[in-house]
Design a protein around this ligand. Structure first.
Ligand code: LLP
Length: 415
């Protein structure tokens, strides 16, 4: 029986065993074809409208992946000067970058202005700051449409319980501040939250958002945000985000709005996870298998410093076991918790999973690790951040980020 990664021919001409032997472990591995497939789906979302999609690079800012996104015609949104910097290094010109700022310093805002990047502000006080720094300038304002959605409370970014966006009832005040500094509000943006499989709340937020948009005369674009989901329970046949139906309904909503409002603006989205989650897996080595008071543990080198999501949000990632380069899909099974090498009991990648009987030296393959994987990794416990490898369309593999070294840990010290 084939495993999921085998069916997808995820590893091209190589296999997980060869990869960790060649590049070390743990290791993020990306598949170029899957990345490009997802990028094309997003880029083709609204063929009947003036439309561009941003790639939200907080999910994955590997330079090689940014370059692929650029080639596929995506624009990008950035959340920090560091993300703007990385995008510039990957070749994105300023006009293809959108800075969705949140509680930034004057210096950070000035950096974006100097780089010629359009800024979105996310409060009246930051609108004032922008006005002081750039009187007469053009910008976007993030509106909180009052509707949120997401896989966890921590990632719902609109509605009545979040720090994000300017509340819709403050639209009058936005206009007052803009007038005070001669600002041109050429865009409005929203982002309701991350990971929804049901697009209805998104459409509802879009409906509200379009209604607010009519209150602004100079709009050149409307950015609806991201959040389109990834089926993390794919081994249990969870279905994909239904992009085809979503596409039709969004198209109908926007066509209708253009007709009734008489407006024609550039529409944008800014998904991240949908673009890169499925195109990445995380490989790790099994260093021990043990039983503690009746619980079985598979001890790996995938600590919470490498993949933070399970610890932070109780997120689920499917797990495959590889032995000598082949997936173990048959034989006896056991219930294990797959854990890492960090000094915390919450350092669990996958809790109480039924897996094939697992041994030392097996390779664990964590699925859907391309989004918010490496980008949220850290040096906790002075562990080194892993390397990243790309499997190209021709099946070959290459290193796209080297593993950190012990010297890297000392980089910021004057020694
Ligand atoms: N735009 C804005 C303004 C955002 O804040 C985000 C994500 C996105 C776009 C992209 O959302 P996506 O399409 O990837 O859902 N670390 C969490 C997710 C946090 C999302 C934060 N904002 C996780 O690992 O699930």
């Amino acid at each position: 029986m084939d495993s999921y990664t085998q069916k997808m021919n995820f590893f091209g001409n190589t296999d997980p065993e060869e990869l960790v032997t060649k590049y070390g472990s743990p290791l993020f591995v990306y598949n170029e074809d899957i990345l490009r497939r997802q990028m094309r789906r997003v880029a083709g979302l609204l063929p009947n409208h003036r439309f561009t999609s941003n790639f939200s690079i907080k999910t994955n800012s590997n330079l090689s992946i940014l370059k692929i996104a650029y080639e596929e015609g995506l624009n990008a949104d950035a959340m920090s000067p560091g993300e703007i910097y990385a995008l510039k290094k990957a070749g994105f010109p300023s006009e293809r970058i959108f800075y969705v700022s949140n509680n930034v310093s004057e210096d950070e805002m000035q950096y974006a202005i100097d780089e010629g990047v359009i800024v979105s502000v996310d409060s009246l006080s930051q609108l004032e700051m922008f006005g002081r720094l750039n009187r007469g300038g053009k910008l976007s304002v993030r509106i909180n449409p009052g509707v949120g959605a997401g896989h966890h409370d921590k990632v719902v970014t609109a509605g009545k319980k979040t720090k994000f966006g300017v509340a819709a009832q403050d639209i009058e005040k936005i206009r007052d501040v803009a007038a005070k500094y001669d600002l041109h509000i050429i865009g409005l943006n929203q982002h309701i939250g991350s990971l929804f499989m049901d697009y209805k709340p998104f459409l509802e937020a879009c409906r509200n958002f379009l209604h607010y948009a009519e209150e602004f005369d100079e709009l050149e674009f409307l950015d609806f945000g991201g959040g389109f989901g990834t089926p993390y329970h794919k081994l249990a046949d969870e279905q994909e985000f239904d992009i085809e139906t979503f596409k039709k309904e969004l198209d109908a909503l926007l066509t209708e709005w253009k007709k009734t409002s008489g407006r024609d603006v550039l529409f944008k989205t800014e998904p991240g996870r949908y673009i890169v989650a499925e195109g990445g897996v995380l490989l790790g080595k099994v260093h021990s298998v043990k039983e503690n008071y009746g619980h079985k543990y598979v001890g790996t080198d995938i600590g919470m410093n490498v993949l933070m999501r399970p610890e932070l949000y109780d997120s689920w990632h499917d797990v495959e076991i590889y032995r000598e380069g082949k997936p173990v899909t048959e034989g006896e099974r056991e219930v294990y918790s797959v854990v890492g090498n960090i000094c915390e009991s919450g350092d669990i990648v996958a809790k109480d999973r039924e897996l094939p009987v697992t041994h030392e030296h097996d390779v664990v393959c964590i699925l859907d690790a391309g989004a918010y994987g490496f980008s949220m990794s850290s040096n906790y416990n002075n562990r080194l951040r892993p390397a990243e490898v790309l499997i190209h369309s021709d099946g070959s593999d290459s290193l796209i980020r080297r593993r950190e070294t012990l010297e890297d840990l000392m980089r910021c010290f004057d020694i």
